[in-house]
Design a binder for this molecule. Structure first.
Ligand code: NAD
Ligand code: MLT
Length: 323
């Protein structure tokens, strides 16, 4: 609930620290009842942000800016942090709570884009599309090295069956895959309704041909897929991570690929980002994108609209939609 309030006529400094869709922040720009001062200043180092944040009331970020305790404590007027996206793991929630700062995210706006990206990555992985593309661009007509596997009749294990996991399952079923799903909140009834097999992580490891993770990064999900889990998997399993770096232990994934246990991995996210010289990127079996799951015009507009509307709602009503 709201712990700090402001009257509608006060100047409200809204600081946008990561690139956000200009169409998405249109609600803020056209707002006339509130006295909003919108500052867009992206790509700052933590020190630069700290030096500029003392009078800021609202901080808006995507995933690049790490909203640390230091930043929160330097922002003496801060009342609200808006995250234009799902994961709030780049925000120190403990520090925010201690200082009575509300954190809002945009949980629905990029679901579709993230699910579509996951399916694109799985298909690219199965058919070696990035590797074949590179080979052809380098002047080789090599049809032997890139024989892939079909998705049809293969089993996809979905670990984390929330918004994105469910959308991935719908699409995988369209590819005529069998879908197994694990989520602590998944009921037998819901699984039946969605046409997936409610499973444990261990069952997924034992039976799936493709495994995709869609949990948040939490203490319980960090290293959820690790050496022990890889040992339980089928030889030739393929792994997809379009959720968060760290859910899959990167060293253990590297070893499992080198040992031949894992046939390939498609990664959109890494423990440390940017991840331009990561050892996983040296493996030909790994395909990767630089955290592009939510990078569509539609998703970026949608998440920015959602957080913008939340800021306006907060200042007008004292409540927010997704605290
Ligand atoms: P969501 O909250 O709708 O779903 C997450 C699900 O994970 C929930 O159903 C929850 O019950 C489940 N879960 C929690 N702990 C678990 C555990 N220990 N084991 C298994 N499941 C567990 O979130 P979402 O919108 O589906 O997004 C999932 C994650 O994807 C986000 O947290 C974010 O980190 C990531 N994401 C990445 C991109 C990208 O650009 N690559 C885009 C959007 C979201
Ligand atoms: C998210 O959690 O929403 C994603 O990481 C997308 C992003 O904001 O980059």
């Amino acid at each position: 609930m709201v712990t700090k309030t402001t009257t509608a006529t006060d100047l409200i400094n809204v600081f946008i620290a990561d690139p956000l869709s200009e169409d998405g922040i249109f609600p803020l720009r056209q707002e006339t009842e509130l006295n909003l001062n919108i500052i867009v200043d992206t790509g700052l180092t933590p020190e630069q942000l700290i030096s500029k944040i003392a009078d800021v009331d609202v901080l808006l970020v995507r995933s690049q800016t790490k909203v640390t305790r230091e930043i929160i404590e330097a922002a003496k007027n801060l009342k609200l942090i808006g995250r234009a996206g799902v994961g709030v793991d780049n925000i120190d929630l403990t520090a925010a709570t201690e200082h009575g700062i509300i954190v809002v995210n945009a949980p629905d706006g990029n679901t579709n884009s993230a699910a579509e990206h996951t399916i694109a990555m799985m298909t690219s992985l199965a058919r070696h599309i990035p590797q074949a593309y590179n080979s052809l661009k380098n002047g080789k007509w090599d049809r032997k090295s890139y024989v892939g596997v079909e998705l049809k009749n293969k089993t996809l294990g979905v670990v984390g069956f929330g918004r994105i996991g469910v959308e991935v399952a719908y699409r995988a079923k369209g590819q005529r895959m069998e879908v197994m799903a694990y989520d602590p909140f998944l009921t037998e009834e819901r699984a039946k309704e969605l046409g997936v097999k409610k499973s444990t992580v261990e069952e997924i490891c034992a039976l799936a041909d493709f495994i995709t993770v869609h949990t948040p990064l939490l203490p319980e999900t960090r290293n959820l897929i690790n050496k022990e889990k890889f040992a339980m998997m089928k030889d030739g399993v393929r792994i997809i991570n379009c959720a968060r770096g760290g859910i899959i232990n990167e060293d253990d994934l590297y070893d499992a690929i080198v040992e031949g246990k894992v046939a390939g991995a498609a990664l959109d996210v890494f423990v440390e980002e940017p991840a331009t010289d990561h050892k996983l990127l040296t493996l030909p079996q790994v395909i990767a994108t630089p955290h592009l799951g939510a990078s569509t015009i539609e998703a970026q507009e949608s998440v920015a609209v959602d957080v913008s509307n939340d800021i306006i709602k907060f200042y007008k009503t004292g409540t927010v939609t997704n605290p």
